[in-house]
Design a protein around this ligand. Structure first.
Ligand SMILES: [Mg+2]
Length: 405
């Protein structure tokens, strides 16, 4: 056998089993594990309505992809999209396909002994700066912190190595949903309809959080402003203009990112950098934003926007427009592991989102290798695949559904 044939035969194997795994402790998360005919596995993940994702995987995707060559990742993607797009496919379908795509890259890495970043085209970096999204989790009261004592929290984070922090100072002044399901730990929700009546007092109260951070730590801390799509365009313009003197790193999703033209007004009419958006679920949506000049930074969620293949294309599109990519993770450890592999490969990866409370808390409880944070940077594993796996007992803790040939 020639060397090339030997490599090909070691790379190819049919997809023999697809499993979905859920645990009660994380009701929004679903893992997807693929096993090929030689018993090599690959792990993916996605977040939000996991029962719908499971239905897509077992009822729609499994009959199509079981038996396909697991190394033909692009062919699997095309097969799934060709079928699903017949009916429109931006929600649970795209999340399911994202998880499957990540699992295929992980499997190929495990089969070849190469990291996903190497398979994507090779590494340009071995670590990346991270910022902390300030939620209450894992013993870190970071959301309570920025609400009650933002300057002190900024100082604590600097001492912990972080040089970037994300906060959402205006959500609490937007209309609130009256449901326990969507009420956050601080007693108010990041979800709800857009606000149309931002008062001058509310504008000032939100600004006070950012001012307190600047007063305490100066420009040593990058401040990212999360908007959670809670305001209309007029309110968003007022918030962005008010933020201009504070030199924030970016504002993200201050309006619903469903119109590139409206986002372009934010980019044109204020000088605050606009970050767009984990909510865009395909490269075509990013194309509209990039062509409209509506983004200064491109945020992609690897486990929502189509997986690693699509995220790489989105990162390359951003790079073509001389813009950085800043992957999203506020969801799960495999999303983070996959995003880090993208960051290792994409030359324009700027900074990676993490939640230090998740890192110290539940992420550590479910995967074998946690991401190592050192001096505000994440070290990017160079082990085969994604460089981590589910802990062996996670299956026993959860509910497993299997489709097999
Ligand atoms: Mg966000």
């Amino acid at each position: 056998m020639s060397a090339a044939a030997a490599v090909a035969s070691s790379t190819r194997a049919r997809i023999a089993r697809i499993e979905t795994i859920r645990i009660a402790a994380q009701p929004n998360v679903v893992w997807v594990e693929l096993t090929d005919e030689d018993g090599v596995t690959g792990l993916g993940e996605t977040y939000y309505i996991p029962s719908a994702v499971e239905a897509v995987i077992h009822e729609m995707a499994a009959p199509l992809v079981l038996g396909m060559d697991a190394s033909r990742i692009e062919e699997v993607r095309q097969t799934l999209h060709a079928c699903a797009s017949f009916y429109g496919s931006a929600g649970a379908e795209q999340r399911a396909f994202s998880a499957l795509d990540v699992a295929l890259w992980d499997l190929l890495g495990k089969r070849t002994g190469l990291s996903v970043a190497t398979l994507l085209g090779g590494r340009v970096r071995d670590e990346i700066r991270v910022y902390n999204t300030c939620v209450d989790a894992g013993g870190c009261l970071d959301q309570t912190g920025w609400l009650e004592r933002p300057g002190e929290l900024a100082e604590e984070l600097l001492a912990d190595g972080f040089t970037g922090m994300k906060v959402w100072p205006w959500d609490r002044f937007a209309p609130q949903l009256q449901s326990e399901l969507v009420t956050g730990p601080a007693g108010w929700s990041a979800m709800g309809p857009a606000g149309h009546d931002l008062t001058a007092d509310a504008l000032e109260a939100g600004l006070a959080c950012v001012a307190a951070i600047r007063d305490r730590v100066g420009t040593r801390m990058d401040v990212m402003i999360e908007g959670h799509a809670r305001w209309d365009l007029n309110a968003a313009l007022r918030i962005c203009r008010a933020l201009e003197p504070y030199e924030v790193a970016w504002v993200e999703d201050i309006v619903q990112p469903d119109s590139a033209d409206d986002l372009a007004r934010l980019a044109r009419e204020t000088r605050v950098p606009q970050c767009v958006s984990e909510r865009l679920l395909s490269r075509q949506r990013f194309r509209e934003v990039l062509e409209a000049g509506a983004a200064h930074l491109v945020m992609v969620d690897v486990v929502w926007a189509g997986g690693l293949g699509e995220a790489r294309r989105i990162a390359e599109a951003a790079d073509t427009f001389h813009l950085p990519v800043v992957p999203h993770d506020c969801t799960g450890p495999i999303a983070l592991a996959a995003s880090l592999q993208l960051c290792a490969h994409a030359p324009n990866a700027k900074i990676m989102e993490v939640v230090r409370g998740f890192q110290r808390g539940w992420y550590r409880d479910v995967v074998t290798e946690s991401v190592e944070l050192r001096g505000g940077r994440a070290l990017i594993p160079d082990a085969p695949g994604l460089g981590t796996e589910l802990q062996p007992d996670v299956r026993a803790r959860g509910v497993v559904r299997t489709s097999a040939r």
